[in-house]
Design a protein around this ligand. Structure first.
Ligand SMILES: *Cc1c(COP(=O)(O)O)cnc(C)c1O
Length: 386
């Protein structure tokens, strides 16, 4: 009855109204496809398209060159011994947690960790201890907090946590913690450390070996210009036999990857963008400079940037007392900012937010960032007397 033609038609091709706007949504700035990835998306969109020449192991496929991508390019890019493509950062984290931790074991993570770290640990059956941060306005994460949290776990459970995790940077304030220091502290207790680089890998230079972490995780659709869902996982030689162990039932399939992960357009867009992603990471200093410049323009208008200052990442959190005030005094006020930005062809601040919001300057360049800053100024002026 409901599945008649006219009802079904609503699921057919749908235009994306935000496609041509200037996008400052932190979720989206690093995931815009490159031209090569856009073509790959069309070419490889059919289901299981990469399996034409697969002999049973995804990362051994030579044509297209998944093998060289996974076994040569990714380990060098991530600074790790072994790498795999997964279905996302959370799947990468779950693979590590599920192989390293057992139900009842403890995970220590930073107080700004992403919900997906919590959910992955929960699915594993691990208990969680969060390392406190300093709170507003800086939300600073003291590496020594990891030592204290590990001590607490030892006192309460009789043994060290199975794993520690640090979010680098966190997804709320874009703070880049001292992961090297955290790694040394964890290793004093023989606790392996996972670096959640969902907002780092593909945007900024990051190397598991240089920082000294045992696992590194990235998100293709967040930060590597891929369609996704797709992610990357880097593992050290020491833990590779555990995390990448093979099935007893099928000798070539890796258990934590459920035998096979990204198997079509997702991994092909990840690969197609990779040459440009490698290049854009080299441009990171300019991105940081752009973020700082944008932040100072907004602060000059009376907005307050929370989190690390000066900032070292394109993801930034702002407090906007004037926008909040305006929202209280105009009709349908909660949505005034979204409407005003939309009418200026700018997208990415969540609809309904005015008092606090986050945004990203990644990849926009000075000119577009200038347009966005001018729009903010223009909106303030428009409501000057409200
Ligand atoms: C976006 C995000 C994730 C989730 O990434 P997926 O690839 O979608 O699983 C995990 N951690 C942080 C910090 C994030 O910002």
């Amino acid at each position: 009855m409901t599945l008649n033609d006219s009802f079904l038609q609503k699921f057919a091709f749908i235009n994306r109204e935000t496609l041509d706007r200037i996008n400052i949504d932190p979720l989206q700035t690093g995931g815009l496809l490159t031209e090569a990835a856009r073509q790959a998306h069309m070419e490889w969109g059919d289901g299981y398209s990469i399996c034409d020449f697969c002999a049973g192991v995804l990362d051994q496929i030579k044509k297209p060159p998944i093998h060289d991508f996974v076994h040569q390019a990714l380990p060098e890019f991530l600074g790790c011994d072994e790498a795999r493509v997964t279905n996302g950062a959370r799947e990468s984290k779950f693979a590590v947690m599920h192989s390293i931790g057992k139900p009842g074991d403890w995970l220590v993570l930073d107080g700004l960790a992403h919900y997906s770290s919590y959910v992955a640990a929960e699915r594993t059956g691990m208990n969680i201890k969060a390392v406190a941060h300093s709170g507003s306005p800086e939300y600073y994460l003291d590496p020594e907090g990891y030592g204290a949290a590990i001590e607490e776990v030892i006192k309460e459970s009789g043994k060290p946590p199975a794993l520690a995790l640090v979010t680098y940077p966190d997804g709320s304030y874009g703070n880049v913690p001292d992961a090297g220091k955290i790694a040394s502290i964890c290793h004093e207790y023989d606790v392996p450390l996972l670096l959640n680089g969902a907002y780092a890998v593909g945007r900024m230079p990051v190397s598991a070996k240089e920082i000294g972490v045992d696992f590194i995780v990235g998100s293709g659709h967040k930060s590597m210009a891929a369609s996704g869902p797709v992610g990357v996982l880097g593992v050290s030689e020491e833990y590779a036999p555990v995390v990448l162990r093979k099935s007893i039932h099928n000798k070539v399939k890796e258990v934590e990857l459920l035998g096979c992960t990204a198997r079509g357009a997702t991994v092909m867009t990840l690969m197609a963008s990779f040459p440009e992603v490698v290049k854009r990471v080299r441009n990171w200093d300019q991105e940081v400079e752009n973020a700082r410049w944008f932040s100072s323009r907004l602060e000059d208008m009376g907005f307050i940037q929370r989190g690390q200052k000066p900032h070292s990442h394109d993801l930034m959190f702002f407090e906007a007392p004037r926008f909040y005030e305006i929202s209280q005094n105009v009709k349908n006020g909660r949505y005034f900012l979204y409407r005003e930005l939309k009418s200026r062809n700018i997208h990415g601040i969540k609809s309904g937010l005015t008092k606090y919001f986050k945004l990203s300057t990644f990849g926009l360049g000075k000119e577009k960032l200038g347009t966005v800053a001018d729009a903010f100024e223009d909106i303030l002026k428009k409501y000057e007397n409200v």
